[in-house]
Write a protein that binds this ligand. Structure first.
Ligand SMILES: Cc1ncc(COP(=O)(O)O)c(C=O)c1O
Length: 363
């Protein structure tokens, strides 16, 4: 079986480092926040070339706290793509603002023309998602934000280490939100998330919000949350961070093979912008008869997945916003036809050969 993703294989390659690192956290009883989290924050900020990184418990919390730190609230609107994991929108909803969805472009990322049309007096921010590991059109989004005096936030949950015009993502907007969910390019051994920023005011606000609204223990300046990263996750992430560049490189090699060697008119390959370097969190193709294609690959021992079968604007949770089918044709087409091929650094060349051969023989 060639799985869509196999985290166990990656663990085998770093097992000797992981065990002692976890024991070290336990020996120091540094379970929640503390020195291991601080060390990871410093290293992750360096990796993203930002001044600060704030470790959190999930990527969803990152999006929530980013909205709150920007002061976004009821009556405000935030523009975001319909084609994303729904948590991009949760942060907006948690602060009681209105998510305003827009369609995706040919790269499956937020369509900047649609963004321009969606701006109103109430728009306070745009969330640009670097979906599947590919940076969105950051410069155009920053231009729109500057022209309209609104904030730009990156949802970088799927794009640790991706480059936009040669610069690593994470420092382009007010804040960038990361997920360290286990299956991500940089994944914890449990839940994890974080925010990068260059702005010390946001850093202070986020430190306070993630820890009960408190700077000094048991003195609470504002209503906060418990969204701290735990020590064991930070220690695991710190080890994995050292391997991330080579893992991303291997993902790129596999993606290049898929691009160069898959040739089947029934299978449409994704498009990558010329000015970016994707980290291929996912390799998403579209196929007219998706069920048949996925079944064919499964029958031949290849696992696949769908990211995502329902776009945000058609999720039941957002019925109250009154979107309807047909509103965002690109996102809807993708939702109905997307197939994610096996993609993780430990896939062997033989396995990649087999996936390519099977796809090329699909009729
Ligand atoms: C684009 C995107 N945004 C947000 C999230 C939420 O992150 P988490 O699962 O860590 O809460 C995820 C991943 O799950 C994601 O893929």
């Amino acid at each position: 079986m060639i799985p869509f993703l196999d985290l166990h294989r990656q663990y085998q390659t770093i097992k000797s480092e992981i065990g002692p690192a976890i024991m070290d956290v336990i020996e120091h009883t540094a379970f929640s926040g503390g020195p291991f989290v601080e060390k990871f924050e410093e290293n992750f900020a360096n990796f993203c070339n930002t001044k600060f990184a704030i470790g959190l418990n999930t990527g969803t919390s990152a999006l929530h706290l980013a909205m709150e730190a920007l002061g976004i609230g009821p009556d405000d609107e935030v523009i975001l793509p319909a084609n994303t994991f729904v948590a991009t929108a949760w942060g907006v909803s948690y602060v009681r603002a209105k998510p305003v969805f827009v369609d995706c472009d040919e790269y499956y990322n937020i369509d900047t023309k649609a963004v321009r049309n969606a701006i109103t007096q109430k728009t306070k921010a745009i969330i640009g998602v670097h979906l599947y590991g590919q940076p969105c059109d950051i410069d155009e989004l920053l231009t729109i934000c500057n022209e309209n005096n609104i904030y730009f936030v990156e949802d970088a949950a799927q794009a640790h280490g991706a480059l936009y015009k040669g610069k690593v993502i994470g420092g382009f907007g007010e804040m960038a939100c990361f997920s360290f969910y286990p299956g991500k390019n940089l994944g914890a051994y449990g839940e994890g998330g974080g925010i990068t920023t260059n702005n010390p005011n946001y850093k202070d606000k986020l430190f306070s919000l993630r820890s009960h609204g408190s700077k000094v223990r048991y003195y609470h300046d504002e209503i906060g949350y418990n969204m701290r990263m735990d020590g064991i996750q930070a220690a695991v992430l710190d080890i994995k961070l050292k391997h991330l560049a080579s893992w991303n490189q291997r993902r790129n090699e596999i993606a290049n093979r898929y691009f160069n060697e898959i040739g089947n008119h029934l299978v449409n390959l994704p498009k990558i912008r010329e000015d970016v370097k994707s980290v291929f969190h996912l390799f998403v193709v579209t196929v007219e008869n998706r069920t048949d294609f996925m079944q064919y690959l499964a029958n031949n021992g290849v696992g696949t997945a769908q990211h995502y079968p329902v776009p945000c604007h058609l999720q039941k949770a957002y019925n109250f916003l009154n979107y309807k089918k047909g509103d965002f044709p690109n996102s809807e087409y993708l939702a109905e036809h997307c197939v994610s091929l096996p993609m993780f650094a430990e896939l062997t060349d033989n396995e990649v050969d087999k996936v390519i051969e099977l796809i090329n023989n699909y009729k």
